[in-house]
Design a protein around this ligand. Structure first.
Ligand code: AMP
Ligand code: MG
Length: 489
């Protein structure tokens, strides 16, 4: 099918030719060019209208031609698919070479919101697939698609997902499943691991070229700094701090915060065994394979800093001067993480409690609130959503403890402008992608009914509004306790 398109193009996607691919200009040291392996007899599962709007696509963009392209069976002229090479630390240990084992970069679309790289995730093996089959299953593709778009609607930096295509092609995981492809987009998919790769292998010319590439296209303000790579490290540290503070505030656990899954743009990247906490437990581990809880909820902020040290180490050859002095400067650059993280997190908790000003007692008020939630394993999303209403009280067994805290909260709100309830509801979502909501959509989709994916996408696109169906904002059912999410996707 490739190269067999008619000579005239009328649809909206192809009018964006010529699919520039600035990453490809870095040269073959950074990637392998290769054709996607398509899904046989593909069909649509879902498309994201919000994502299409971001790209400036026409409402009818998802036609038969687009189906062939986004299922890996065809290319539009100008598309130049490639898989990039990176390395990384997995669970704290140097893992050596990894790379896009199942992602094909197609090129860039420049829409109303700037340029976006498009990637097919699950279009077959690449030179970096190692033991993997290069495929993604329908289950994990629905989770990535819904969560990408849900995070964006929550205002949290993330890669986006344009669509899912699927087919009956069997794929072996713990059970036999079927194949799907998510088309995801980001201004850049460059990871900490890309830098670690070239640094670890002593390829400093490539390391510099990659830093120059990222700065030129995605961090131009760093170009004017005395040492651009230090400015870049600081920028990434800031963005990572803001990102993780945003995760903590909605109870999001990434699940696999390896350095190869860390975005140089501070985006949530590589949705695997992620989870939104139901009942609040700081030690919550969402990834069934993470036996020791390295990536537990409460560890995420420290892991972010740990990962930045790996990045700092990788960028060090770009800092001129004596190694010791260079190292000190680099540590100072990423040290901004701590300065940014603590106030960013505090600001989010204050906002969640309806506070617009800062007072000395706030830290204790917040701490005691989280202690109350943790002590009774109260539902994280509901507790915040109901704050300031009598319904919050129903979530607690120890009503006296809740009442005592609530009285302090009310007193504190007395120092605030009116409208605390509205303020709290504008930052405390009613609906997040709880595992059981995703699971309902997945089970229906596995039976060929994609309406629940579409419906859930719609609900998640306005997370701060009360959903039409109260079940979408309700406590998880008992069976949700048994859901296990692992790395297998
Ligand atoms: P992850 O921890 O899921 O981000 O993946 C770690 C590495 O394994 C990356 O290099 C992925 O591209 C690769 N990988 C994961 N799943 C597959 C798969 N099914 N086929 C090929 N490579 C994979
Ligand atoms: Mg990954």
């Amino acid at each position: 099918m490739q190269g067999a398109w008619p000579a005239t193009y009328t649809d909206a996607m192809t009018s964006h030719l010529p699919w520039p691919n600035r990453f490809a200009a870095l040269g073959p040291a950074f990637y392998t060019e290769l054709q996607p392996q398509g899904l046989p007899q593909p069909h649509w599962v879902a498309t994201s209208p919000a994502c299409a709007a971001l790209l400036g696509l026409a409402p009818d963009w998802a036609d038969d031609e687009a189906l062939q392209v986004f299922s890996g069976n065809a290319l539009w002229p100008g598309m130049r698919p490639l898989a990039s090479v990176y390395s990384g630390h997995q669970f704290g240990v140097w893992a050596g070479q990894l790379g896009d084992g199942r992602a094909h970069w197609l090129g860039e679309l420049h829409g109303t919101a700037g340029g976006f790289e498009l990637q097919l995730k699950g279009a077959g093996r690449t030179p970096y697939s190692r033991m993997g089959d290069g495929r993604a299953v329908l289950r994990s593709s629905i989770r990535e698609f819904l969560c990408s778009e849900a995070m964006a609607a929550l205002g949290i930096p993330t890669t986006r997902a344009l669509c899912i295509t699927a087919s009956a092609l069997p794929v072996r995981r713990e059970m036999m499943e079927t194949a799907a492809i998510v088309t995801r987009l980001a201004p850049s998919f460059v990871r900490f691991g890309h830098f670690e790769h070239f640094s670890h292998n002593g390829r400093h010319a490539e390391l510099r070229a990659l830093a120059d590439f990222l700065i030129r296209h995605h961090a131009p303000e760093c170009a004017d700094a005395a040492v651009p790579s230090l400015a870049l490290a600081e920028k990434v540290a800031r963005q990572t701090a803001e990102l993780i503070a945003a995760w903590q505030a909605v109870g999001f656990c990434h699940g696999v915060m390896n350095t190869d899954n860390m975005s140089m743009l501070g985006l949530t990247l590589d949705y695997g065994p992620f989870g939104f906490m139901d009942s609040f437990n700081p030690g919550h581990i969402c990834n069934h394979s993470d036996e020791r809880g390295r990536y537990a909820y409460a560890n995420q902020p420290n892991v972010g800093f740990w990962n930045l040290h790996a990045l700092a180490q990788a960028l060090l050859p770009l800092v001129p001067g004596e190694p010791e002095a260079a190292s000190e400067k680099m540590l100072a650059a990423i040290g901004i993480y701590r300065e940014v993280y603590a106030p960013a997190e505090a600001a989010r908790w204050r906002a969640k409690l309806g506070l617009t000003t800062e007072r000395a007692e706030d830290a204790e008020l917040i701490n005691d609130w989280l202690g109350l939630l943790a002590g009774e394993r109260v539902d994280f999303t509901l507790a915040h959503r109901r704050l300031g209403t009598p319904a919050a009280r129903d979530l607690f067994i120890d009503r006296a403890a809740y009442d005592a805290w609530s009285a302090r909260h009310q007193t504190r709100l007395g120092f605030e402008p009116a409208g605390a309830l509205e303020r709290m509801r504008a930052v405390n979502p009613a609906v997040v992608l709880r595992n059981h909501l995703a699971e309902n959509a997945i089970r229906a989709a596995q039976q060929g009914d994609f309406s629940e994916v579409e419906r859930l996408l719609r609900v998640l696109s306005t997370p701060f509004a009360e959903p039409e169906n109260p079940q979408d904002a309700a406590l998880p059912p008992d069976w949700a306790q048994e859901l296990e999410v692992s790395c297998s996707s």
